[in-house]
Write a protein of this length. Structure first.
Length: 260
């Protein structure tokens, strides 16, 4: 439907030409669409000039408030497109968390690399994980032994080598980075570390024990369980542990969850 203006000096024409500031020139189509919709929903071909002017003024007020209302839709002002700097200012907390999380992850992975090259800590950790895994397997009657970082069963004919990547230290590093990158009190961060690290470490022990059973019972599925299911399980547990801590320690998230 088109809008016909009978005279160049018609009030509607003056409204469309003179009342639009230069920054609103790109939004002239918005006025035309609004006018067409007004004619459509009123069911009349012509409108009173003063009523039409009042409607145009209402639309202009809504545009100045950064939001234009149409039937069933909400359209933002075409001039309110946020720039990158504006978005960063509006989401300063998210940007800060992402930057610090990235820096903490790099720092912790570098620290793990230094530990692996300069110290025997990761070797010691692998040996302890192997001993704990063997002890848990023996509780189920598997009769296993651990030598250095290797868990094997003489009767089961299977052996698992526990490397430093299998000690859950990588997942703990990511979890710690997420905790320390979030802006809150140090005491809350320590609570998250004390509660989250044992959970992740215990889940890793369950993963190793389960992999040993899979190797004994269904050896063809061992690689899939090790490389896919086990890795996905550790990622999910790490993320959920961080999310649970964040929900408990952040008052804003706690209020929003209670409201829902």
């Amino acid at each position: 439907m088109a809008i016909l203006i009978r005279h160049p000096r018609d009030p509607v024409s003056l409204m469309l030409k003179s009342r639009l500031s230069p920054q609103h020139q790109s939004g002239q189509w918005l006025f035309l669409c609004s006018s067409s919709l007004l004619l459509t929903f009123t069911g009349r071909k012509t409108l009173n000039s003063q009523a039409f002017l009042n409607r145009i003024r209402d639309i202009q007020r809504e545009i100045s408030n950064q939001r234009v209302t149409f039937p069933g839709k909400h359209l933002k002002n075409v001039n309110a497109v946020p720039t990158i700097i504006t978005w960063i200012r509006q989401n300063r907390g998210i940007v800060r968390f992402c930057v610090f999380f990235f820096l903490y992850v790099i720092l912790m992975l570098f620290f793990i690399h230094v530990l692996r090259l300069k110290t025997n800590f990761l070797t010691f950790l692998s040996m302890k994980v192997a001993q704990l895994s063997s002890w848990i397997l023996n509780l189920f009657g598997m009769n296993t032994e651990s030598v250095n970082s290797i868990v094997f069963g003489p009767k089961s004919r299977i052996a698992i080598d526990i490397t430093y990547k299998c000690t859950s230290i990588i997942q703990i590093a990511f979890f710690s980075a997420g905790v320390f990158a979030y802006s809150c009190k140090l005491s809350k961060k320590l609570i998250g570390m004390i509660a989250g690290i044992p959970l992740i470490f215990g889940t890793n022990l369950v993963r190793i024990v389960s992999l040993f059973f899979i190797g004994v019972i269904a050896f063809p599925f061992f690689d899939f369980a090790h490389k896919v299911i086990g890795e996905v399980l550790m990622i999910i547990v790490t993320f959920l542990a961080w999310l649970f801590w964040l929900k408990r320690m952040s008052p804003a998230l706690a209020k929003s969850s209670d409201a829902q």
